[in-house]
Design a protein around this ligand. Structure first.
Ligand code: ATP
Ligand code: MG
Length: 445
């Protein structure tokens, strides 16, 4: 993309309404525009990152054997009357009447609808296990929408629902989700710690929240800091191997890590003092096993091997897709702007032409731009007639992890400069070698 032809409305001034750094940078980098409290348009740069995050979520769900579909944002109230949640949900639910005076709602979550789909089409243990998920906009009329996309009213969520014939198999589905989530967050450059949570209105007894440590997080967290060093890495996971998956879960949930809702001071005091940490975290996902709560209420049954009819065992599992942009920025920025991890960056590399209009510099930039595309990667080429300082400030603000700087002086010596946004370190290289380095960096991502 050539910046001269892009739409990147960066702001010089800090917007007064933004209280935390991710919100500030998302507004300043021209990623989002607020349209009403907690409701945002995703401008081109923000939309790119949102799509990258969505893509990672999809890939890891499919890898775990889960099946994507898409349910609507608007739902009939009658489904929610069946589960009893239409009255329970309260003011967070946006209720709407259509022209025929039928009660509708903008879905805050989809347990009822997915259960309805299941009961209409599935009736035998032979069709199980099955996990269906979608990535769809949700609406919750939050009392205090704030911090930009972190606590929106309209927000994008991945929500998945497992259907299993018995409790053991449903608990494996729970574990499978936990592992797939660990991998998902790691690919985004995040450390998200599974913490035992309280179950709340969805109900159920097994539930973990995934928290990214950040001083601006809304949850208070208590943890053994050795938990932050755990990494899934590149290990091969067979998602059908119950034992292997359960062992990974055990590895990640044995050290103390809880939110204030489930915190137990006595147990916490058993953690060696030098590892005992209290901090704050951003909830970027949650998994629940709730058994037959919805299937019983809504008549979603399966016939088992021995011929008996039982309510299907279920769980629901969510990832805050749009909130993740804020969480990643909270975890990865400096005083100049965002620092995108390679896995989610809107463009893989920025190209800065120090002297636009100089025939040699222009040609070198064009060549680099084409070479990046030939790698199957995307460059943002700042081809505007602007001062170098302004171009650098924009690149730093929007946070592309790698920048190639091209100027007449370097070109005389046959080199361009490759700079890491994270470390600030630069190396001078012939253009072909800079491209090779970019190829290597993104090869494993
Ligand atoms: P919170 O406690 O932050 O209100 P929740 O526990 O009500 O969230 P879940 O029902 O677990 O939310 O939804 C799954 C995920 O969706 C959450 O882990 C979070 O990342 C995201 N999410 C929930 N509410 C919002 C919101 N208002 N804005 C953006 N993301 C949200
Ligand atoms: Mg939650």
């Amino acid at each position: 993309m050539r910046l001269s032809r892009y739409f990147l409305p960066v702001l010089k001034e800090n917007p007064a309404e933004a209280q935390i750094v991710s919100h500030r940078y998302m507004l300043r980098a021209g990623m989002i525009k607020q349209q009403a409290a907690g409701i945002y348009s995703w401008l081109p740069l923000g939309y790119r990152v949102l799509k990258r995050i969505e893509q990672i979520v999809h890939e890891e769900q499919v890898r775990a054997g889960h099946i994507p579909l898409l349910m609507p944002t608007l739902q009939p109230a009658d489904l929610w009357r069946e589960s009893g949640r239409y009255d329970d949900y309260g003011q967070e639910m946006l209720r709407i009447k259509d022209r025929h005076e039928r009660d509708m709602l903008y879905g805050p979550t989809n347990e009822e609808m997915i259960t309805d789909i299941f009961r209409s089409h599935v009736g035998s243990y032979k069709d199980l296990p099955m996990t269906l998920y979608h990535i769809q906009w949700k609406f919750r009329d939050e009392v205090r929408p704030r911090f930009g996309v972190m606590r929106g009213r309209e927000f994008l969520m991945k929500d998945g629902y497992n259907f299993d014939v018995d409790r053991e198999s449903a608990l494996h589905a729970y574990n499978r989700h936990m592992v797939s989530y660990l991998r998902t967050y790691e690919r985004m450059g995040l450390t998200a710690i599974p913490m035992r949570a309280a179950s709340g209105p969805i109900g159920g007894d097994n539930t973990h929240e995934f928290l990214v440590l950040a001083s601006t997080g809304e949850s208070e967290v208590f943890y053994d800091d050795r938990v932050t060093a755990l990494k899934l890495g590149a290990r091969d996971i067979d998602y059908d191997n119950w034992d292997q998956v359960a062992k990974v879960c055990e590895e990640f949930t044995t050290l103390y890590a809880r939110t204030d809702e489930t915190h137990d001071e006595a147990v916490f005091n058993g953690v060696p003092e030098e590892h005992r940490k209290v901090g704050r975290g951003i909830e970027v996902g949650q998994i629940f096993y709730f058994g037959t709560k919805y299937s019983e209420a809504m008549g979603a049954t399966v016939v088992t091997k021995d011929g008996s009819k039982v309510p299907v065992e279920m769980g629901s599992h969510g990832i805050g897709v749009s909130r993740l942009l804020g969480a990643i920025i909270e975890a990865s920025h400096d005083d100049k702007g965002i620092i995108w991890p390679e896995g989610v960056t809107p463009f893989h590399v920025g190209i800065v032409n120090l002297k636009q209009g100089d025939a040699e510099a222009d040609a070198a930039c064009e060549a680099l731009y084409k070479s990046v595309a030939a790698l199957g990667l995307e460059a943002l080429y700042d081809d505007r007639d602007e001062r170098a300082g302004g171009k650098f400030a924009t690149m730093d603000l929007i946070g592309l992890p790698w920048r190639i700087t091209v100027g007449p002086r370097g070109l005389k010596n046959g080199v361009v400069e490759l700079t890491s946004r994270r470390t600030g370190e630069s190396v001078e290289l012939p253009p072909e070698q800079a491209i090779e380095r970019i190829a290597q960096i993104y090869a494993g991502i």
